[in-house]
Design a binder for this molecule. Structure first.
Ligand code: HEC
Length: 122
């Protein structure tokens, strides 16, 4: 740890003694989330809906990476709707032996937002 970072750390510890400051920090976080770009908001939705436990943006995990998916369907205009429906219902056969389970926690609108976001990744 360099000497330059220490005063900042001390300032941060100072904050922990005043609960009101935590409220301010939480509010700042909410504000930052509100001001986030749509793509960041969509990624946050994917994280909240547990998509990122099986997918990553650019590496295969249990499922294919989101960039691979975007590349495969780059010229497929019907892909956003088809993938949205598959996100909700689950299914397999396109990427290997493992199928995606249904994601019942995702509404059709959210699924469309997620499929559109995935397809926008390059
Ligand atoms: C339990 C693991 C798991 C979770 C959770 C999961 N997926 Fe998947 N996903 C997979 C697997 C496995 C595949 C490959 C299915 C196949 O071969 O057709 C896949 C495929 C996909 C595809 C491509 C489908 C196709 O036909 O090409 C998209 C898009 C996708 N997932 C999005 C999501 C989104 C968005 C979420 C969160 C709501 C999510 N996944 C959650 C495992 C998962």
């Amino acid at each position: 740890m360099t000497r330059r970072t220490l005063p900042a750390l001390r300032g941060f510890r100072g904050l922990t003694r005043i609960p009101g400051q935590w409220t301010a920090l939480a509010l700042a976080g909410v504000l930052a989330a509100t001001l986030a770009t749509p793509a960041q908001a969509d990624q946050a939705l994917a994280t909240a809906k547990a998509c990122m436990s099986c997918h990553s943006i650019d590496k295969k995990v249990v499922g294919p990476s989101f960039k691979e998916i975007a590349a495969r369907y780059a010229n497929d205009k019907a892909a956003a709707d088809r993938l949205a429906s598959k996100i909700v219902k689950g299914g397999g056969g396109n990427w290997g032996a493992v199928a995606m389970p249904a994601n019942a926690q995702v509404t059709p609108d959210e699924a469309k937002r997620l499929s559109t976001w995935v397809l926008s990744l390059r």
